[in-house]
Each structure stands twice: as structure tokens, then as C-alpha cells.
Design a protein around this ligand. Structure first.
Ligand code: URP
Ligand code: ZN
Ligand code: ZN
Ligand code: ZN
Length: 480
């Protein structure tokens, strides 16, 4: 045979093109694209299927430390399996830096958690909770050089939040090293104050989680983060943008020519504050931050995707079991929304939801779907072109989609370790039927194969999109 594997007569969709042809795979990489390719050791007829670059989920929380005794229910094994089942071939979870901990110790800890467990390839973002001089001076550049080139900065949550001063320290270091900063933009003091007022009034049900974090809280922090980035001329990406008002801040920045990127998530397209009104404690299932907004907001976020305001659609998979005292029923959670662990599961449903409502309903082109689900994340986080495209030389991370397959979403068909999906009962058209990771089939018709631990750590390059524009408002020699 000329190739290990040939995927034949398929529709090949990338962020650039949709073409008909064959894909030749050898040694885990794409080595040929063409018509009537020679024989493969294995042949897959994919006549009615679409071959796309495997999804890159650039925002997942697996087996991460928490500050409140809650436990993320997915580790690298169940999380990566669910990802692959849903058509994702690369995941970017977080290595969490405890305050005072070196960044090196943080990433090593999460390497130990991933090793022997991940079914698919992975890279790490680092949650930067302590940007002190010593860490940013030595630890930070060493990590960037070793392939950890993206760092999440929180503007809220007591265990991780940075002050504006600390954000400037992080921004200056990111500019020097050409690292990508990911910003969780919510105004911490507003949330704290509103939460206190609500608790004093006895307004403590899950739905008041949304009341405690209105859109202004997100818009203000988004505006502030962008202002700091503009001051020092540093690209940044705003993660999990929920509301049109924050999105408009990003659009205004982009219109000024700033390198400001945006991520949104399925929960802001498919959930709304009405989901908090569900009976009993069900509302807790949708508690995440920022919270889903009004139903009218959803179409604005779709517009942001189709107009390319957003570059990535990630899951922000942060799964806590519903019926579990280490999950949504953490002690005190029934007494106040403040104690409900924040986050929703979504690593497996991200792409099917986006395909069904985005591509099949005509809101997104296939090329946009590929860009949002895979290619842009590869570029923004320094994994392109090894990941994120179907091209000669790229890893054979490929997902075959049946664009007409009808699926009723229900938790029992999912592979995560969570006891619910917030999308229960949704009817979808279009579903992944085969996932290949470096040429190896890891999912076929919902059946999983491949060994836990076969996934490899991917070093990220310094992302080109993180290169400063070279037009700082102040002379960079002052802060470099
Ligand atoms: O509520 C959420 N999104 N939890 C996960 C952590 C984060 O801020 O992304
Ligand atoms: Zn966040
Ligand atoms: Zn609008
Ligand atoms: Zn997150």
C-alpha cells in the first residue's frame, strides 16, 4: 500500500476551502490530498461525509484544583474521551498556579494529571494568579520558551484575581515574550457588593446568580482590560464573552485596529437566564460565569460569530455533578447561589450544537465553522499548522461528519463523567461519526477506541497573533 490510510471521495472542509477529494495518511500525518490517490492499507469511503480538521477545544477545565472543596467531575481521561466523542482532537486545559507557587511547579503538577490519561493531544494554558516580579522575570520567560505560551488572567474570584497593577505587570511580560493573555473580564467588587445586598434581602436562589453579575459588570471589565492592553500595546483574547455589550467593546477595539480577540461558548447561544427558573434546584445546572443572558442576547452572539467578531468557540467545560455534595449541591449551595460551583459541561456537545444550529441553519458557512471550532484556536495559541487544518504535513487529526444525522441529545449518550447536560432533549441535525487522532481512529459511531495516555503534550509556539502592533501609547522602553 502507498498510504497507511486513505479517506476517499470526501468533502474536505478547511477554514479556507471546501473541496472534493481523497486524503492520504501515513505515519499519523496527512501526506497527500488529491483525486484517485493510490491504495491505502486501510480505506474509508466517506462519500456522503464531510472531513474536517478535528476540533480544538481551547478552554476546558479538567481535574483542576478548586478553592471551595468542590471537585471537577472530569479528569483528563473522561474529559478527553468525551472531547473525542464529540469530534475534538486537541484540548487546552488549564494548569492552575496557586498564589506563591512557581509556574513551573504548576505545569508539572498538571502534566502528572494528564499523563497516562489523555486520549487525545493536549497543550496547557497557565492560570496566572501570582505575577510577582520574580515569577514574571524568570519563571515566565522560561515557560514560554518551553511551549507554554498562553496565560489566563482573572479579574474576579478571590483566589486568582489580579488588580489592575498586576494586570499591567502581566501585560508587560506578555509583550516581552510574545505570549497570549486570556482575560476573564468581570468586575469583582461589583459582584461582591451585589451578592452581599442580595443575601441581605434573602434573594439567594440560583437565579440570583445572574442578578449578581449583570452585563455591566462584564462590559466594564472588558473595557478596562482592553484599555490596559491598548496602553501597553499588547494583544489579548477575552474569554467566554456572554453579552452583546461586552461584544460591542471588543468590536470597538477591533475597529480601532487593536489586536483584541474574542471567545464565546455554547452556553451563551443555547442557554438563557430563563434556565435559572427551572423547578427545584435545577437552576444550579446552568450556573456559570459570566451567566447566560436574556434569550434576545443569543442572536447577537450568533451575529458576532458570523461577523467574525469572535475568533473561537470553546466549551469552557467546567463540569460539576448536579446531584453531588462536591458538585452543585456543595454544602451551603441550597442557602445561597454564592456557594454553587460555577461552570457547565460541554466538551462533547460543543461541535454538534454549533454545527446543527450554525451550519445547518445557515448562520455560518462550513469554513467559518472550521475556523471557529479549530483553525483559529490553533493560530491564536501557536499550534498551527501542525493542528487546526487538513494540509500536507499536518497531523492527521480529522473528524468525519454526517451532516444529516439526527440525534436527540441526552446525557446517557455522552461520555463525560457528569450526571447531566444542560442541553438535555435538544434535537440536532449533523453529528461526528468518526474521529481520527494522528491517523488513529479514536471514535467510530460513538464507540471509543485507543488507549488512555496515547495523547501527547503539544508545545505551543509563540503565537503570531500575540505579536504587538508596534504602536504603543507610551514608549515601551519605559516598561521593558
Ligand atoms: O463558570 C465558569 N465559567 N467556570 C469556569 C472557570 C472560568 O472562569 O472559566
Ligand atoms: Zn473564566
Ligand atoms: Zn448588537
Ligand atoms: Zn473557564
Amino acid at each position: 500500500a502507498d498510504y497507511d490510510l486513505v479517506i476517499r471521495n470526501t468533502t474536505i472542509a478547511t477554514a479556507a476551502d471546501v473541496v472534493k477529494g481523497d486524503i492520504g495518511i501515513t505515519g499519523g500525518r496527512v501526506v497527500a490530498l488529491g483525486e484517485r490517490l493510490d491504495k491505502g492499507g486501510r480505506e474509508i469511503d466517506a462519500t456522503d461525509l464531510i472531513a474536517m480538521p478535528g476540533g480544538i477545544d481551547a478552554h476546558v477545565h479538567f481535574d483542576q484544583d478548586t478553592a471551595d472543596g468542590s471537585v471537577f467531575c472530569d479528569d483528563f481521561e473522561s474529559g478527553s474521551r468525551a472531547a473525542a466523542a464529540g469530534g475534538t482532537t486537541t484540548i487546552l486545559p488549564f494548569a492552575y498556579q496557586n498564589k506563591g507557587q512557581s509556574l513551573r511547579d504548576a505545569v508539572n503538577k498538571y502534566h502528572r494529571r494528564a499523563e497516562g490519561k489523555s486520549l487525545i493531544d493536549y497543550a496547557f494554558h497557565v492560570i496566572l494568579s501570582d505575577p510577582s516580579e520574580k515569577i514574571m522575570g524568570q519563571d515566565f520567560p522560561a515557560l514560554v520558551a518551553d511551549g507554554y505560551t498562553s496565560f489566563k488572567v482573572y479579574m474576579t474570584y478571590d483566589d486568582v484575581k489580579l488588580s489592575d497593577r498586576e494586570m499591567l505587570d502581566a501585560l508587560a511580560a506578555a509583550r516581552r515574550e510574545q505570549a497570549m493573555l486570556m482575560i476573564h473580564a468581570e468586575n469583582s467588587d461589583c459582584i461582591g457588593w451585589l451578592t452581599e445586598q442580595l443575601e441581605l434581602k434573602g434573594m439567594t436562589a440560583a437565579k440570583f446568580h445572574a442578578t449578581s453579575r449583570p452585563f455591566v459588570v462584564e462590559r466594564e471589565a472588558t473595557h478596562r482590560a482592553i484599555s490596559l492592553a491598548e496602553l501597553l500595546d499588547v494583544p489579548m483574547l477575552l474569554v467566554h464573552v456572554s453579552a452583546k455589550e461586552a461584544m460591542h467593546e471588543i468590536q470597538r477595539a477591533q475597529a480601532r485596529g487593536l489586536k483584541v480577540y474574542g471567545e464565546t461558548c455554547p452556553q451563551y447561544l443555547f442557554l438563557s437566564e430563563e434556565d435559572f427558573e427551572k423547578p427545584g434546584e435545577e437552576g444550579a445546572k446552568c450556573v456559570c460565569s459570566p451567566p447566560p443572558r436574556g434569550t434576545d442576547n443569543q442572536e447577537h452572539i450568533w451575529t458576532g460569530l458570523s461577523a467574525n467578531t469572535f475568533h473561537v468557540l470553546s466549551s469552557d467545560h467546567a463540569a460539576f455533578k448536579f446531584d453531588d455534595v462536591r458538585g452543585k449541591k456543595l454544602p451551603g449551595a441550597a442557602q445561597s447561589f454564592r456557594k454553587i460551583p460555577n461552570g457547565v459541561p460541554g466538551v462533547e456537545t460543543r461541535l454538534p450544537l454549533l454545527f446543527s444550529e450554525g451550519v445547518n441553519k445557515g448562520r455560518l458557512t462550513l469554513q467559518q465553522f472550521v475556523a471557529l471550532s479549530s483553525t483559529n484556536a490553533a493560530k491564536i495559541y501557536g499550534l498551527h499548522p501542525r493542528k487546526g487544518t487538513i494540509a500536507v504535513g499536518a497531523d492527521a487529526d480529522i473528524v468525519l461528519w454526517d451532516p444529516k444525522r439526527k440525534v436527540s441529545l441526552t446525557n446517557s449518550i455522552l461520555h463525560h463523567n457528569c450526571d447531566y447536560t444542560p442541553y438535555e432533549g435538544r434535537e440536532l441535525t449533523g453529528y461526528p461519526v468518526m474521529t481520527l487522532s494522528r491517523g488513529e481512529i479514536v471514535m467510530e459511531e460513538g464507540r471509543m477506541s485507543g488507549s488512555a495516555g496515547r495523547g501527547r503534550f503539544q508545545k505551543c509556539d509563540r503565537p503570531e497573533p500575540a505579536r504587538p502592533r508596534g504602536k504603543p501609547l507610551i514608549d515601551p522602553s519605559i516598561f521593558t
